[in-house]
Design a protein around this ligand. Sequence first.
Ligand code: PMP
Length: 407
Amino acid sequence: QSRFDIDHIRSQFPILSREVKGKPLVYFDNAATSQKPRQVIDALVHYYSYQNANIHRGIHSLAEEATAAFEDTRDEVKRFINAAHREEIIFTRGATEGINLVAYTWGRQNISAGDEIIISAMEHHSNIVPWQLLCEEKGALLRVIPVTGKGELDMDAFRKMLTGKTKLVAVVHVSNALGTVNPAREIITLAHEAGALVLLDGAQSTVHLDIDVQELNVDFFVFSGHKIYGPTGAGVLYGKKHLLEEMPVFLGGGEMIKEVSFEGTTYNELPYKYEAGTPNIADTVALKAALEFIRHTGKENIRRHENELLAYATEKLEQIPGVRIIGTAKEKISVISFVIDKVHPQDVGILLDNRGVAVRTGHHCAQPLMDIFCIPGTIRASFAMYNTKEEIDEMITGVQRAIKLLS
Ligand code: PMP
């Protein structure tokens, strides 16, 4: 499938044929979680129907098959983000767990009183709270890169913030609330020059951009499978091998140990050192199907289509009096956040839902960012590979009707 055939794409997502409130579903909440193609659903059913066993321990055939399927996903992830080593891929529940893992292990070992951690004003709560907790515990300082009126990082302010005290820069690669693509390469270079490590929150970027962790030279990178057409509960932490090797363990239990005795315990090698207990085998196995699906469809093709949708929706929304788009960065992916004069976002969300159109309203787990724009929240439409201009027309009509009704 080299050409991008939207009908073919849509036919692979069973949920798109359902109705909501008697109307065809228009799913524009992809930044929260994307829908799943049949390949992913089939992979889950196949695993439980024919392969289910606990992994890494058994010597029987089923255990070996299940282990191979699980480990195949690690190789696929390695390829997907171009990691140098498969041991650099740690399976987690999602982006949130990956960030917490780094905060609790690397953070506890390396952050002390007076050190500084830099985040940005456009972070998701999951890339704020773990660092707040760490800073409170250690007496370290959390510093915040300001965001401009266009919804871009203030890079001059960032440059000035970097000092010998900076130990870590933890920033979002792509903003879930605004769609802004941050200059990751530049951030990483600047941080490294100051002697700091960088964690990139790739929860939103991994589905839209080509991710090459070696080219980025990023130290830690996290993402969630459920936002890239894969199952919930299966995510990834990438870390440079030498860092993961030096870091202390996280959760204790089975699988992460080499030998246990009451005199002392030795730990397993990477990546198992960070995968205590029975992992989420089925969802991790099915994540491979999602990554293959994206690879076969072609990220370039997907991006072209999504960019067209973004441009189209932006143009249509800008024509509606009273609508203001929040986040007008030069580099954006297909997320569009907007507010309407004298109309509460939630009321619009409810009226759109009555037309079968699913958008997200509220603060998008980025309350500090909403405070900067002095708004309680936005209406957010986020587009995926299966969305169409006709669906955007449906939303636009819904927004126009909502304005008539509510203002
Ligand atoms: N970071 C960003 C930018 C996100 O959009 C999200 C999910 N909305 C997360 C982190 C957290 O992802 P998860 O809830 O899957 O752990």
